[in-house]
Design a protein around this ligand. Structure first.
Ligand SMILES: [Zn+2]
Length: 153
């Protein structure tokens, strides 16, 4: 057996020996693997067979109430949601009658309990006087073309 592996350096073996020590970044309070919510992380030496495998149980994601952000601007809504640990994604609503940039709907709704790190989807008004990028403009373009051809023909 020894002859078969003698040319491979010891460091290339995937599994370190039990007496080997490895540096692992862990939560400074729990000494478990850090989550996104651990305030401080430290590098600690662990015996290779005792490396922590469990995520921090002190700073794990908590259920938080989703703030109601309908009616605020996208920037305000993002700040409020991210302060509670949520991720934010937004979709544009071109048919909205609200001023552009106003949050018109949210999913999940305000007051719902949600695990931190989960995504809250905001519907944001994209009302605009320039309808160049809107799918609707294609319709009005062809309509105009139609009108033109009728006039010229
Ligand atoms: Zn922690």
């Amino acid at each position: 057996m020894k002859q078969a592996v003698k040319d491979i350096p010891a460091s290339q073996f995937a599994q370190p020996a039990a007496d080997q020590w490895v540096s692992v970044e862990v939560c400074s309070e729990s000494h478990q693997l850090p989550t996104a919510f651990c305030p401080t992380r430290v590098k600690m030496l662990f015996r290779a067979d005792l490396v922590p495998t469990q995520l921090c149980q002190i700073h794990k994601a908590k259920e938080m109430p989703v703030p109601n952000v309908v009616g605020s601007t996208l920037a305000e809504a993002k700040t409020a949601l991210e302060a509670n640990g949520f991720k934010v994604t937004s979709v544009k609503d071109a048919s909205s009658t609200e001023p552009a940039g106003t949050v018109t709907d949210q999913n999940p709704a305000g007051g719902t309990s949600l695990l931190q790190g989960e995504v809250v989807t905001l519907v944001v008004s994209a009302r605009s006087t320039q309808q160049v990028t809107m799918p609707l403009s294609r319709g009005s373009m062809s309509l105009r073309r139609g009108t033109c051809s009728r006039i010229s023909g």
